[in-house]
Ligand binder design. Structure first.
Ligand code: ATP
Ligand code: MG
Length: 421
């Protein structure tokens, strides 16, 4: 127990954390390129935020939330996703008073009580983007552009973007009636979950994974054929915006998304890898959410990318990631006097912004160089009595195996390293 992490969680170990840092840096730069600013919200929120904001007919709220009473008997939930918290914060801090749109991103841990498997964890991580305050179709297209550009910058290939429109409350109501009419003949055969969805949110039955329900729903009407004029025009404009940017997509009338607050555009991005959990990104428009949570009527759209799934895809496609945090130079020493010299030299190098380290385990020179290799050091020097008296040292490029003589001081070494990088 004591030395085993809870089921469905994973440690990110030092040998892998550089991959996360790399992806996070790419994300930071990308968001800056799009004028999207970071928001950080708490890991836990009032439970009601999620039951209202995610929707109490969703799998997330019905089955997957980590909910508990705190010592003050408040019902608290660990966030299962990031949109509700971002919307809550947008309202609480009156961000709607700023010039719109408000373009936000977050990189967060999320918590869902699920059956753990590859790409499905109980603690997982999302990179998400939310645009508040514009109903323009170009916003829908821009968030899709951003998500795809991230995958492009990370070197992920063979992605499929599938889009759909699930209309607005107006056209969905008419559609729900049609769908219920169609389903009523087979009502008794539906699974229990879908029976309960029948009145509360019949569209979600399209999303059911049970084979019986799948069979029943196969030829059922799809919302995309019942859109009102406004929703239909919005969808046409999203498509032509994507066309304008040369972004390819498929139309998939079966995407309904699990979350209740979605309106109009919904989309998913899947990677072509051998895993059933290849949906790396899900998103869409949710014009009803901010008002539902008590804020002013504010249109919005966004997406979330599952980071663990993203790394699964990168691994499946053998995309290499360089360890940018690898040490630049290892300073080897021989004996107590030179160890003292190494300590000061490393200190001076670090002051100059060069990443440097030296031995603290009294290893042999050979073992020190082995350690330097293990750390991925690009350069090394070995300091003995001769080097100290002569004030010169051989600077070795570890990868090339080449050495050059340089003056034994931090400035000279730093200059050489920087010029050669
Ligand atoms: P799924 O149908 O796979 O359960 P979802 O519809 O529940 O996905 P969203 O709520 O849209 O997923 O979350 C956005 C993204 O977060 C997903 O596309 C996926 O990449 C990731 N994700 C969702 N749940 C998990 C999980 N339990 N573990 C890891 N990643 C997840
Ligand atoms: Mg899910």
């Amino acid at each position: 127990m004591l030395t085993k992490a809870p089921k469905g969680t994973a440690d990110i170990l030092p040998e892998n954390s550089y991959k996360w840092q790399y992806a996070e840096n790419v994300i930071k730069k990308l968001c800056a390129d799009f004028g999207v600013k970071e928001i950080r919200t708490p890991v836990f929120e009032h439970t009601e935020l999620f039951s209202r904001g995610v929707g109490d007919t969703t799998d997330v709220v019905e089955k997957e939330m980590y909910t508990f009473n705190d010592k003050g008997q408040r019902s608290i939930t660990l966030r299962p996703e990031g949109t509700a918290g971002a919307a809550r914060s947008f309202i609480e801090h009156g961000l709607f008073n700023n010039p719109q749109p408000t373009k936000l991103f977050y990189q967060i841990s999320c918590y869902r009580y699920e059956k753990p498997q590859a790409g499905r964890m109980r603690e997982f991580h999302q990179f998400g983007v939310e645009y508040f305050g514009t109903q323009n179709y170009a916003a829908d297209a821009e968030i899709i552009e951003l998500a795809l550009m991230l995958f492009g910058r990370l070197g992920l290939k063979d992605l499929t973007l599938r889009i759909n429109s699930i209309g607005c409350p107006h056209c969905r109501k008419a559609y729900n009636d049609k769908l219920k009419e169609y389903l009523s003949a087979n009502y008794d055969e539906l699974c229990d979950t879908c029976k309960s969805r029948f009145d509360r949110n019949p569209m979600r039955i399209i999303d059911c994974k049970s084979s019986v329900c799948k069979d029943i729903i196969k030829d059922a009407p799809r919302l995309i054929d019942y859109l009102c004029d406004e929703c239909s025009e919005h969808f046409a404009n999203v498509k032509s915006s994507l066309d304008n940017m040369g972004i390819e997509y498929e139309i998939d009338p079966d995407i309904v998304r699990g979350l209740d607050y979605y309106t109009k555009t919904v989309f998913e991005i899947t990677a072509d890898i051998a895993s059933s959990n290849a949906t790396v990104c899900g998103g869409g428009r949710y014009d009803g959410l901010v008002k539902e949570l008590g804020g002013p009527d504010t249109p919005a759209c966004g997406f979330a990318i599952g980071m663990e799934r993203l790394f699964l895809c990168l691994e499946a496609q053998n995309v290499e990631i360089n360890d940018e945090s690898a040490m630049q130079i290892f300073v080897g020493n021989i004996g107590a006097e030179s160890a003292k010299f190494a300590q000061k030299l490393v200190h001076d190098l670090r002051l100059l912004g060069i990443s440097a380290d030296y031995d603290k385990l009294d290893r042999s020179v050979k073992a020190q160089m082995k350690q330097a290799n293990k750390l991925g050091c690009k350069y090394s020097v070995i300091i003995g009595d001769n080097e100290i008296t002569e004030g010169k040292v051989m600077l070795k490029n570890m990868a090339l195996g080449e050495s050059a003589e340089v003056e034994l001081n931090a400035q000279a070494i730093a200059k050489n390293i920087e010029e050669n990088y």
